[in-house]
Design a protein around this ligand. Structure first.
Ligand code: NAP
Length: 339
């Protein structure tokens, strides 16, 4: 019998960030762990996810996910092991994916948990390459951007969880050229040398429009936007007629304290007949099985590679989030809570 904890640590948001979040906006608190009720499970989390969308949840505004409440535990994707089950279909020792991250122990209704197989893929993969960011990449490229063979694709945030998968899926599906942007020389090198991008550039080295022009001399057909701002403007300028933009994220604006400017060249949308469409991964659940099947096969064959940046220890959860926002991750950023 595993030891059943009576207390555990969890992260609370204690102040709403103004601009860039500060470590003092978060507090790690020890709380008692309730006993699971009928239909519930008690899970010891092994990994939890830190994601850009969580920055939006730190603001007290209405959005597609409710804001975090002050002095309450934050939540988000996590994988862990069932310690106690009072729910049919779950037994002690099962590994599960669920939504109560940012804490050591989670008690939740079993209907909000999904069993995952640690033999089929390492646990953090269910938070990244085979999880929410992976489905975002797959659905965003294939469904929202209506990718087709021969398209030239530009993706920003290309060394991150979503971006690195977008670029590789595009290559595997027959893109004529895949271009990525990222924030360091090492990331740019890895995109070309390890992940098979045709070209990549460091957006900090000079104007995005100039660097994109050089990397995509014949223009682009798809822009997968993770960044917004000058990346979006540069992409509009470089898109070919009937080009498509999937707006997945605008991380360059998440800490803005003033309204951010629109692309100055938006009128090009008319002459080029561009399509700009936002996406939310939750609208694409119908693709999940197909996505897992196809991406798992590419991982097994070595055709699709992925990296993770693993920060050790629940006590480093807030730092992991802040580090991800600063670009300290390559691939998916996760927090490990130990064996
Ligand atoms: P990620 O790319 O793994 O991590 C975030 C990355 O953003 C950092 O590593 C950093 O890399 C980059 N970044 C930070 N500030 C930047 C700036 N000012 N300009 C350019 N890049 C900046 O995160 P992810 O989970 O894969 O998410 C990527 C994007 O997808 C985010 O915008 C996120 O909100 C969005 N997303 C949307 C959905 C949806 O359903 N719509 C779902 C998942 C994710 P560098 O070193 O390259 O700067």
């Amino acid at each position: 019998m595993p030891e059943i904890p009576t207390t555990g640590r969890e992260w609370h948001l204690v102040a709403r960030p103004q601009g860039w979040p500060q470590p003092s906006d978060f507090a790690l608190r020890e709380v008692s762990v309730p006993e699971p009720a009928e239909g519930q499970i008690l899970v010891r989390n092994r990994y939890f996810s830190v994601d850009p969308y969580m920055r939006g949840r730190m603001n007290d505004v209405k959005s597609y996910v409710p804001p975090f409440q002050l002095d309450e535990p934050m939540d988000g994707g996590a994988v862990g092991q069932v310690l106690v089950s009072r729910a049919e279909g779950f037994k002690e020792g099962d590994h599960v994916l669920h939504g109560l991250g940012w804490r050591e122990y989670a008690v939740l209704d079993a209907r909000h948990a999904t069993t995952v197989d640690p033999e089929a893929a390492p646990l953090p993969a269910y938070l990244g390459v085979l999880g929410m960011p992976g489905l975002t990449a797959y659905a965003g490229l294939l469904e929202v951007a209506s990718f087709k063979e021969g398209d030239a694709v530009f993706v920003s945030g290309a060394a991150g969880a979503v971006g690195s998968e977008v670029g590789q899926i595009a290559k595997l599906k027959g893109a004529s050229r895949v271009i990525g942007s990222a924030g360091s020389a090492d990331k740019v090198r890895a995109l070309v040398d390890e992940l098979g991008f045709d070209a990549a550039f460091n957006y900090k080295d000079g104007p995005v429009a100039d660097q994109l022009k050089e990397a995509a001399p014949d223009g682009i057909d798809v822009y997968f936007d993770n960044v917004g701002g000058d990346h979006l403007e540069a992409a509009i300028g470089r898109l070919n007629v009937h080009g498509r933009i999937a707006v997945c994220g605008m991380i360059s604006q998440y800490n803005a304290t003033e309204p951010t400017p629109a692309p100055r060249n938006l009128a090009l949308v008319i002459g080029k007949r561009l399509r700009i469409q936002g996406l939310l991964v939750k609208d694409h659940a119908h693709l999940r099985d197909q996505f897992v099947r196809e991406v798992s096969a590419w991982i097994r064959s070595g055709e699709l590679k992925y990296r993770e940046t693993v920060v050790e220890g629940v006590e480093n959860g807030a730092d992991a989030f802040l580090g991800m926002m600063r670009g300290e991750n390559t691939g998916k950023m996760v927090v490990s809570l130990g064996e």
